[in-house]
Ligand binder design. Structure first.
Ligand code: SAH
Length: 246
């Protein structure tokens, strides 16, 4: 595991105190990289109070406007969620997820996303992920406080790091690097316009086609060469479609 490759990403946090609580949880467990996506109120004194002796994590935190910016360079993205969503995604508990995160972080940039206090992560944000993480709670109340959810995931990572037995992912010997989130996002846009061009996707009634295709490719994970091949196929498909219209 390489903690330097793991980004804790907080999306649209409402209560600044929670940001401080997250910083503390991270420092306690040896994580350092915090990214804040459009926090409601930040910097804020409540964050500093709750961070206690973890002030440097706040000082070094990256503040960005969009999730796209936050995860652009990441090759493995995990979304945490308190409840199941409409389209089932590959999902694991915090302990299993920590194992995957620790393994990938040895060689790749990894992001772990945490959502808003009131609504969690939006479906379109969860669809950007390779894996979903659920902390198994009592069925009477599934939603943890944001900083406590970060604490649990960070603790599982800490336990693995101390054991030193996390190993490497199955695809550690791959010949080509895995694609970054920003390239995947361009690919999905290209795929969507092509599917519209050839009449397969009706923009007036898109149904769940794009989320399902997102899930397919995020489940497999495309390397950079595979992604380029698919981009080439899409471009030629668009060319063929426009030739047949003329
Ligand atoms: N009411 C929201 C929960 C928000 S809690 C909802 O129903 O989705 C704020 C954040 O803490 C969540 O977005 C998630 O990142 C994390 N979190 C809270 N409880 C969790 C759980 N049981 N498993 C995984 N993450 C959880």
């Amino acid at each position: 595991m390489n903690a330097e490759n793991i980004d804790i990403v907080l999306v649209n946090t409402t209560h600044s105190g929670n940001i401080g609580g997250v910083a503390r949880a991270m420092k306690n467990m040896g994580l350092t990289r915090l990214t804040l996506v459009a926090p409601l109120k930040y910097p804020a004194p409540e964050a500093v109070w709750r961070a206690a002796s973890a002030g440097e994590i706040l000082e070094n935190a990256r503040v960005v406007e969009t999730l796209d910016e936050a995860i652009a360079e990441c090759q493995f993205v995990v979304g945490t969620s308190a409840r199941a969503r409409r389209i089932p995604w590959p999902i694991q508990d915090a302990r299993q997820c920590a194992q995957r995160i620790a393994q990938h972080s040895a060689t790749e940039r990894v992001a772990i996303l945490f959502g808003r206090e009131d609504r969690g992560l939006l479906n379109e944000e969860l669809q950007r992920c390779n894996l979903h993480c659920h902390i198994p709670t009592h069925e009477a109340y599934s939603s943890l406080n944001l900083a406590m959810a970060v604490q649990i995931v960070a603790y599982e990572l800490r336990m693995l790091q101390m054991g030193g037995q996390e190993g490497l992912p199955e695809d550690a010997d791959w010949d080509t690097p895995f694609s970054k989130a920003e390239d995947m996002s361009r690919f999905y846009e290209h795929l969507e316009t092509t599917l519209v061009d050839i009449g397969f996707l009706d923009p007036a009634a898109p149904k769940q086609l794009m989320p399902r295709l997102n899930r397919l490719f995020n489940r497999v994970r495309l390397d950079e060469m595979e992604l380029n091949i698919l981009r080439g196929i899409l471009t030629e498909t668009q060319n063929a479609a426009s030739r047949s219209k003329n």
